[in-house]
Design a protein. Structure first.
Length: 294
């Protein structure tokens, strides 16, 4: 039985969360077109007949300007310590930037095997792809270079089979029924946050946080209260919307995803609260959901 840990790193919006969701076959990491959507290291557990691979979806590494950004980078670097394989994932549609070079410098200190994963290759011409591979190869000695389309599941099986070659024999870390290390409360709160980011576009900053305040399960249904925390009254007004139209839309879309996750009828209530300057205090990073305590 091949077992091991695989960390997925890269700049924001490289497609890391989409990849891990498709590999696991379940939505464990939220996806939006906003940078820094993923804040925590999220483990997705892949099982088949001859392996167990624990994939770690990390926040996009970037130059931090606030406490939140520093915390997210720390989370990403932490994932490298115990990884057997690191997938350095890049958007094939984007030119190599300072952020990519910054990450590659960090990867030179890891003892893990490093792959170059070029995502969205279904949208790029082959000659441009070959040129990009050549350029990246000059910057780092990758063990493997694999082009994929995370969204379309192209070449994902080849990626998994290649990863297995670099894993050791061992015992499973998790029973087969587990597909993530995160609690149901964490996943519910993240699904609500995803809808907030998607529906408000650029009006609401990525710092918005969602917390499950109450979760009551019966035989046939689940009643959930989620608190949405923002920093300004203006953001609260946007989230509530005219006559509550926006918060209702967020709740409706989130409820549908939560029902798929739980497999029961869901009654979801959302509340918005303003807490100013809370990001700069370490206690709030834990209390308000930046760090999941399982």
């Amino acid at each position: 039985m091949k077992v091991g840990f695989v960390s997925i790193v890269g700049r924001p919006n490289a497609g890391k969360s989409t990849l891990i969701n498709n590999i696991i076959g379940s939505k464990i990491a939220i996806v939006s077109d906003k940078a820094h959507t993923t804040r925590n290291n999220i483990q997705g557990i892949y099982n088949d007949e001859d392996s167990q691979i624990i994939f770690i979806d990390t926040p996009g590494v970037h130059k931090p300007s606030q406490t939140l950004g520093k915390y997210m980078n720390k989370e990403a670097y932490y994932s490298l310590e115990d990884a057997d394989v690191v997938l350095f994932m890049v958007d094939a549609l984007e030119k190599i930037g300072k952020g990519d070079k910054f990450i590659l410098e960090k990867l030179k200190d890891t003892n893990a095997v490093v792959f170059l994963i070029l995502n969205k290759v279904d949208k790029i011409k082959k000659e441009l792809l070959f040129s990009m591979i050549e350029e990246y190869s000059k910057l780092f000695d990758f063990k493997e270079i694999i082009p994929i389309s995370a969204l379309k599941n192209d070449n994902i099986n080849d990626l998994i089979n290649t990863i297995k070659k670099y894993l050791n024999e061992g015992q499973k870390y998790y029973d087969d029924e587990y597909y993530t290390d995160k609690s149901i409360n964490f996943m519910v709160s993240e699904l609500v946050r995803e809808k907030v980011l998607r529906l408000t576009n650029e009006e609401v900053p990525h710092a918005v946080t969602c917390l499950v305040e109450d979760y009551k399960e019966t035989k046939d249904s689940v009643h959930i209260n989620v608190l949405i925390i923002v920093e300004r009254e203006g953001i609260k007004k946007i989230l509530v919307g005219h006559n509550g139209s926006m918060i209702k839309q967020i709740g409706t879309q989130a409820r549908l995803d939560i029902e798929k996750l739980i497999g029961k009828k869901v009654y979801l209530e959302l509340f918005v609260k303003v807490i100013k300057n809370w990001r700069d205090k370490e206690k709030y990073l834990i209390e308000f959901g930046f760090k999941e305590e399982n």
